[in-house]
Design a protein around this ligand. Structure first.
Ligand SMILES: [Zn+2]
Length: 320
């Protein structure tokens, strides 16, 4: 007998809720005191049904003629949504989640709030008209390094996680209106490779195996760009492409590991000013001011290639 009741209940899953017989079956299901929480909503109220708080919470006005069941077993991602801009997972309609997302979204798009430090290492940049650029190295106070790590975690949302920062890196922060709106991570390197060409079409035709980041064709090294996790499809274009480099290395001192500007502050020249700050004397290399062409770029995205080309004034910039 129990078996036949259960069978009816399951079949009602897919049938119209307008049928009175079906409503009776649903009522039976509703009155069961099971451990499973019943959160379905019906399209037509049954006057005989026992209402429960869970029913009223999930009821929504629509014209569908089918009853919908959700079985909430307490799964953590039951109603989670990912913001296409900042990538944060949250439950829309949950006041706490909505507030957290709003705060994080603003930090991501406009920059993390920053009150400044009493002992900042400011890079003097004559071309800087507003804001200031700070540098944080491994010898900086832990509070400074923690702030830099917080910014790098923001960068990782678009550039991929757990590869950007290591202990030899110097982190350059662009501060404007009490927010950190841009960040550049530089590392000491010994050699880099001059780019030969960067044709997207010709690269795609070669069907490179995805197991390695570097392949060599004769005297030319083919460097495949890492496909990084991105928060939005609109960013995917920037993640495509590859570089052809000379196989003969060139001596280099400073590698631009990653550079990132918050979405609402792009196209304001902030990336260029961060690059200028790296070249300043006593900034990255003690006692040595670097030329534009002496900066090398690590695995640049399409946007990074455009920046490197315009900044160095040549398509044959250094990559590593
Ligand atoms: Zn968001």
């Amino acid at each position: 007998m129990i078996e036949s009741q259960m069978q009816t209940k399951i079949s009602s899953f897919f049938k119209s809720a307008e049928n009175d017989d079906e409503d009776d079956d649903l009522s039976f299901w509703e009155k069961q005191e099971d451990d499973i929480i019943n959160t379905y909503s019906r399209t037509r109220p049954n006057p005989n049904a026992v209402s429960s708080p869970s029913n009223t919470q999930t009821q929504r006005p629509n014209n569908t003629t089918y009853a919908q069941f959700h079985l909430d077993f307490g799964q953590s991602d039951f109603l989670l949504r990912a913001c296409p801009t900042c990538g944060m997972n949250f439950t829309p309609g949950d006041p706490h989640d909505d507030k957290s997302h709003t705060q994080f979204h603003k930090s991501f798009t406009h920059g993390i709030q920053f009150r400044g430090w009493t002992q900042e290492t400011v890079i003097p940049l004559p071309t800087l008209q507003s804001g200031r650029i700070l540098v944080v190295s491994e010898t900086a106070p832990s509070s400074h390094r923690k702030k830099a790590q917080e910014v790098v975690r923001m960068m990782e949302i678009e550039l991929g996680s757990e590869w950007i920062l290591h202990h030899l890196c110097k982190v350059y922060l662009f501060v404007s209106l009490h927010r950190i709106v841009g960040c550049l991570v530089a590392e000491p390197i010994k050699e880099a490779f001059k780019v030969v060409s960067a044709s997207l079409d010709s690269v795609k035709k070669r069907k490179v195996k995805p197991c390695s980041t570097t392949l060599q064709f004769g005297n030319v090294i083919f460097q495949r760009e890492l496909q990084k996790k991105v928060a939005s499809v609109t960013h995917s274009e920037r993640m495509e492409g590859a570089l052809f480099c000379h196989s003969e290395p060139t001596a280099a001192a400073c590698g631009i590991r990653a550079i990132w500007v918050t979405p609402s502050n792009r196209r304001k020249g902030i990336a260029t000013q961060l690059l200028d700050a790296v070249r300043v004397r006593k900034s990255f290399c003690t006692g040595l001011e670097l030329e534009h062409s002496q900066l090398a770029f690590s695995q640049p995205t399409s946007a990074g290639k455009a920046l490197a080309t315009s900044y160095t004034g040549t398509g044959s910039f250094l990559a590593y």
